[in-house]
Design a protein around this ligand. Structure first.
Ligand code: GUN
Length: 237
């Protein structure tokens, strides 16, 4: 195919830096990773938490997708008011695999280029699955609709410094949206990258229990077969 099934105005999504055949890290990037104190992220890429507000706020998220024993578990307890991280993609670790957070995330670009792909799973939430957060893999859809529904809206955009070409310096991802990102060359049409470095601030602050990875079964329940095939390489292995 010459057209993406998620956005007909672009070519099919493919990784310009292959996550399966990572390139060695440049000396400069090794030094940046060391200087910023970055660690490998389970999503891919590197990160460090640079701020965690000491203010605790009530957990605003409804806890309805698991067995909760105590009252305090049911009400979800509290969260840090906000957290901020640096996040870096490089030619050695060029993919941030599909996942979602309950919190809303403000992203700010520092360096480099990348492509984001969002799946608006929360827009197909049903009464049995408020906010799209469900215990089961089907996303709360009836049995006959579990495969290749094509129901979820998909959005993709480039983050980078070429404002006049439409590249974004800031982007917001609302809670409940699945998100993936991958490294693009620094120049459109080029081949090299010195890394994509951003900041992310999550409100309320990040907790692992508010985070989950997209799985193949869930992707099948959200998008068409063609879309799923095009995006399969962006799932966590
Ligand atoms: N720990 C592991 N992953 C993350 C993340 O994405 N954000 C924060 N703040 N901490 C983490």
């Amino acid at each position: 195919a010459t057209q993406s099934t998620i956005d007909p105005s672009i070519a099919p999504l493919h990784p310009p830096f292959d996550p399966k055949h990572p390139q060695p890290e440049s000396e400069t990037l090794e030094a940046v990773i060391a200087r910023l104190g970055l660690q490998q992220h389970v999503e891919g890429g590197y990160f460090v938490e640079t701020d965690r507000d000491s203010l605790r706020v009530p957990n605003p998220f409804t806890v309805n997708d698991r067995e909760s024993e105590s009252e305090s578990e049911r009400d979800g307890g509290t969260r840090s008011a906000s957290t901020t991280i640096f996040y870096l993609l490089t030619a050695k670790s060029p993919l941030g695999a599909f996942h979602r957070n309950r919190g809303r995330t403000v992203h700010t670009l520092h360096k480099g280029r990348g492509r984001y792909v969002l799946i608006h799973a929360d827009e197909v939430a049903s009464a049995s699955c408020p906010g799209g957060y469900c215990g089961d893999e089907s996303g709360g859809l009836p049995e006959e609709e579990k495969r290749w529904t094509g129901k979820a809206r998909i959005e993709s955009f480039v983050v980078g410094h070429d404002i006049l070409k439409g590249e974004r310096l800031q982007w917001i991802v609302e809670g409940g949206k699945y998100k993936s990102s991958f490294l693009l060359p620094d120049e459109q049409g080029g081949e090299d990258s010195e890394g994509l470095l951003i900041s992310e601030t999550v409100v309320p602050g990040f907790e692992f229990e508010d985070h989950d990875f997209m799985r193949w079964e869930r992707m099948q329940a959200l998008v068409t077969k063609e879309q799923a095939v095009e995006m399969k390489w962006m799932l966590r292995k």
